[in-house]
Structure formats: structure tokens, C-alpha cells
Design a protein around this ligand. Structure first.
Ligand SMILES: Nc1ncnc2c1ncn2[C@@H]1O[C@H](COP(=O)(O)OS(=O)(=O)O)[C@@H](OP(=O)(O)O)[C@H]1O
Length: 268
């Protein structure tokens, strides 16, 4: 079983399998049985569970694979080098410096992860090779243009090395190493806020933010963020937003209207 997006190896496998089955039928008393395709697949992965996780192989090194690929699946849509991180080492700066070179071309941006594709490290990998290749533009000059991608979290991913070496074995790799304490300090300067909690429990989040920023005096958000405290602008906003939520079906038709409605007390 292969995880190539073509049938170069699988055709050979099927040919061997058919001949094996006819040999068994002709020369033995064994009764061959089969199952419908989906059940057969379940059975297969029960027996070979290690193959549940695909490992996309490189289609470019085998002429048979290249020959049956469509034009869109040219090997020119794969990177020639990758910047693997780690995070907080200056990867964004390096990425921008590389982009300044006329022959070095990056992947197209991702709506979710911006300049990074983050293919080899996580679940995006299961979206397949076509998904990955769709991030790379067609080079205007195949011989001189060099495609690359930078995903800073490849560095600490356990899966990324084997996945990358299977799909792009010839790609060069760039990593940036700095004093770990500088990285730690950079992380320390960053506060990640849980957006869901900001909605459900803003006061606790704001306590955390104050601590992180070291602001003084400590402001009592628990008190300020109550509907009863309507004298303050925050109270007005909260009251307005509460009203908006209560009657949103009737009066709030879109997110924009909701926004304007919430901001109304401040725009008067
Ligand atoms: N030349 C240049 N220009 C701008 N910034 C530079 C440069 N070299 C390194 N840095 C520092 O790199 C830190 C951010 O690293 P990353 O881009 O890898 O961060 S991230 O993982 O993408 O969040 C970030 O560090 P901190 O400021 O300490 O957070 C940047 O200041």
C-alpha cells in the first residue's frame, strides 16, 4: 500500500495480487473470501494500524509517477528549501529578507496561519499533497526561481522530519539557533489570551493582562464590568451589549450592525 497520489506502485501491487489469487484458486483447496470495500479497508487498518497515518512519498523521483501526473501536479510546485524555525528566533525577519531577493519566492499566504503553511507538523498534512502544492505559485523561471516556505513550528514537531524527508527529500533546510534564554524572554514578553474566556469571564482575563503589563494601580474590572454599574462608559457598553444580545433577532441583522450598535454610546 502506498500513499502516493497516483498508482505507479499500486498497479504493480494489483497485478501481483491478482496472479497470487488465481494461483491459490488453481493449486490449493483454500476458499478465498472478500468483503465490501469499506469493510475491507477497516479490516486492512485493523491488521496494519501503523499505516493509518499516511506518509506522502515524493512523486518526482520516479519517471512512471511523473509521466502520469497532470500538469498542475508538476514538481515545480514544491519548495526547494524550508525554514523550520524554531519560533522566536527571528524567523519572520529572515523570511522577509529572503522575499527581497527577486529569485526567491515564498508560498502564498494561508487565511488561517498567514505566511506559514504549517503542513508537515499537524493536521494539515492529512489534507494531502495537492493541498500543499496549491500554496506554491508557478515559478516564472523554472531554472532560476527558488520556492520556499517558512513554518517556525516544524522545528519541534516529531512528525515533521520524516514527513518532509519523504515528500521533499532534496529540499535544503534552514534553522536559526539562538541562546535559549533569548527565546524564553521573547515568549515571556508574549501573552496569549483565550478569546472564549475573554467573552465569558473578562474580569479574570483583565486581571491577568494587568499582571502581565505590570500596570499600577490595579484596576478592579470585576466591579467595573457589571451591568449595574451603568454610569461608566464600560457600564453603558455592557448594558448596550446586553440589550443587543437580548433583542438581536429583531434589530441586529449583521455583525456590522451589532458593532455599530455596541459602539453607539461612544459615538454620540
Ligand atoms: N533583523 C530582525 N528584525 C526584526 N526582528 C528580529 C530580527 N532578528 C531577530 N528578531 C527578533 O526575532 C524575534 C521574533 O522571532 P520570530 O519571528 O521567529 O517569532 S515567531 O516565532 O514568528 O513568533 C523577535 O524577538 P523579541 O523582540 O525578543 O520578541 C524579534 O525582535
Amino acid at each position: 500500500m502506498t500513499h502516493l497520489s497516483n498508482y505507479g506502485n499500486d498497479r504493480l501491487g494489483l497485478y501481483t495480487f491478482v496472479n497470487l489469487a488465481s494461483f491459490v484458486q488453481s493449486w490449493t483447496n483454500l476458499k478465498l473470501q472478500t468483503l465490501p470495500p469499506v469493510q475491507l479497508a477497516h479490516k486492512y487498518f485493523e491488521l496494519f494500524s501503523e499505516q493509518k497515518d499516511p506518509l506522502w512519498q515524493n512523486p518526482c523521483d520516479d519517471r512512471r509517477h511523473r509521466d502520469i501526473w497532470s500538469r498542475e501536479k508538476t514538481c515545480d510546485h514544491l519548495p526547494k528549501f524550508i525554514v523550520i524555525g524554531p519560533q522566536k528566533t527571528g524567523t519572520t525577519a529572515l523570511y522577509l529578507f529572503l522575499l527581497m531577493h527577486p529569485s526567491i519566492i515564498s508560498n502564498l499566504p494561508s487565511p488561517k496561519t498567514f505566511e506559514e503553511v504549517q503542513f508537515f507538523n499537524g493536521n494539515n498534512y492529512h489534507k494531502g499533497i495537492d493541498w500543499y502544492m496549491s500554496f506554491f505559485p508557478t515559478p516564472s523561471n523554472i531554472t532560476t526561481d527558488i520556492l520556499f516556505e517558512k513554518s517556525a513550528n516544524y522545528f519541534h514537531s516529531e512528525d515533521a522530519p520524516k514527513r518532509a524527508s519523504s515528500l521533499i527529500p532534496k529540499a535544503k533546510i534552514i534553522t536559526i539557533l539562538i541562546d535559549p534564554s533569548d527565546r524564553a524572554y521573547s515568549w515571556y514578553q508574549l501573552l496569549i489570551i483565550d478569546g472564549q474566556q475573554l467573552r465569558s469571564d473578562p474580569a479574570s482575563i483583565m486581571d491577568e493582562v494587568q499582571k502581565f503589563l505590570g500596570v499600577s494601580p490595579h484596576y478592579n474590572y470585576s466591579e467595573a464590568l457589571t451591568a449595574s454599574n451603568i454610569a461608566s462608559p464600560l457600564g453603558k457598553l455592557l448594558k448596550a451589549s446586553k440589550t443587543a444580545l437580548l433583542c438581536k433577532k429583531e434589530i441586529v441583522k449583521s455583525k456590522l450592525e451589532m458593532y455599530l450598535f455596541l459602539m453607539y454610546p461612544f459615538n454620540q
